[in-house]
Design a protein around this ligand. Structure first.
Ligand code: ATP
Length: 336
């Protein structure tokens, strides 16, 4: 299977090489083959080649079975926003589940942010003049309906609650988003509620345990996800999937974090993104071994975090990125 790899900027190359080491160990153990195809993109490539996503990289990503991506710095818009649009990766799935490093008051958190990934203000249709700036917020019925369907399917397999987040008391465009989503969710056997984004931001802090699937437009989902990462404990442990009907791209929620030493970045978010990738590939190909491999990566991470001896600085320890990856790999090799 061909896996396109974007190493990215800042801490990207460090966390990606940790994830690749874990993927190599798990694929050896479960007997499936992963061929990693390097696809340079980001700030460094923009400096060297004049464009942040060279055509050759784009074509390799498009023609691969899945893409594992590190964070991109200043050129993120030209890389990830472009890829989401060109590959029609309309669903951004971000699971937030308590881990052993999560503060005790948030011990039983388990929700998923399902963020629309291609519309809203992030469509980037703007006009900035000397004395004004305008950006267009775009929602289409198709865009709302297909993301609502994903949220409905996910909630059906979870706690059966969807919370549609919006701000329809201020903008009719959000009313359109809410009602288009409601129309689809009515066909599911679920509890569906809606919530203003300001209240959602508040509820996330005071009672995040109440949520199951949070369905949001693009920009609110971006912001609420970082808030949710704070609840779990650190951005360093939060994975994500960008899914379309034909492509899947998997990346940590965090950015390039240029202010931290890459050798001590937490690779958990990227390793868990790789696990999401295996699960997605396994389901698409009906390959049980990839799904089992994904679960084993997750349980190995939990086991290392539970033990608490090998933690990166953001989790309160002093282990390096590679120390942490090695600890996961030794769990995998020893069967946890
Ligand atoms: P960017 O401009 O690319 O978004 P940023 O530093 O502004 O970078 P993030 O990369 O999302 O934003 O990170 C915010 C902060 O969270 C970082 O400065 C760092 O302290 C912490 N952080 C994020 N990811 C990690 C990680 N993998 N390991 C450790 N700390 C992290």
């Amino acid at each position: 299977m061909k896996i396109a790899v974007i190493q990215g900027d800042g801490i990207g190359p460090s966390v990606i090489s940790a994830a690749i080491k874990v993927l190599e160990a798990i694929s050896d153990k479960y007997g499936f083959q992963l061929d990693f195809v390097m696809t340079p993109a980001g700030d460094k490539i923009a400096e060297e080649q004049g464009e942040p996503l060279p055509k050759d990289s784009f074509l390799k990503i498009r023609d691969s079975d899945a893409c594992l991506k590190g964070p991109i710095g200043e050129t993120a818009r030209d890389v990830i926003v472009f890829l989401r649009r060109e590959l029609d990766l309309y669903a951004n799935i971000r699971p937030f589940k308590s881990l052993p490093i999560t503060p005790k008051i948030y011990r039983d958190v388990d929700f998923v942010v399902v963020r629309e990934n291609t519309e809203d203000l992030y469509k980037g249709i703007e006009d900035v003049g000397d004395n004004y700036a305008v950006a267009m917020m775009i929602f289409t019925r198709k865009g709302c309906e297909r993301i609502a369907k994903i949220a409905g399917e996910m909630a059906s397999e979870r706690k059966k609650l969807v919370t549609i987040v919006h701000k329809s008391n201020i903008l009719d465009s959000f009313k359109f988003f809410k009602e288009s989503c409601m129309n689809v969710l009515r066909d599911f056997d679920l509890k569906v509620e809606d919530m203003y984004v300001d209240n959602a931001a508040y509820q996330l802090i005071v009672n995040p345990m109440r949520f199951d699937v949070i369905l949001t437009p693009n920009m609110f989902g971006d912001i609420l996800s970082d808030e949710a990462a704070g609840i779990i404990g650190t951005l360093g442990v939060c994975p994500s999937a960008n899914i379309g009907d034909n492509h899947g791209l998997f990346e940590p929620v965090h950015g390039a974090a240029p202010s931290i030493d890459p050798r001590y970045a937490n690779p958990t978010a990227t390793i868990l993104s790789a696990a999401m990738m295996l699960e997605w590939l396994g389901k698409r190909r009906e390959d049980r071994s990839m799904i089992d491999a994904s679960r084993e990566i997750q349980s190995s991470i939990e086991s290392v975090l539970n033990e608490g001896r090998t933690l990166t600085p953001d989790m309160g320890g002093n282990a390096s990125t590679m120390d942490f990856a090695e600890a996961i790999i030794s769990r995998i090799l020893s069967g946890n």
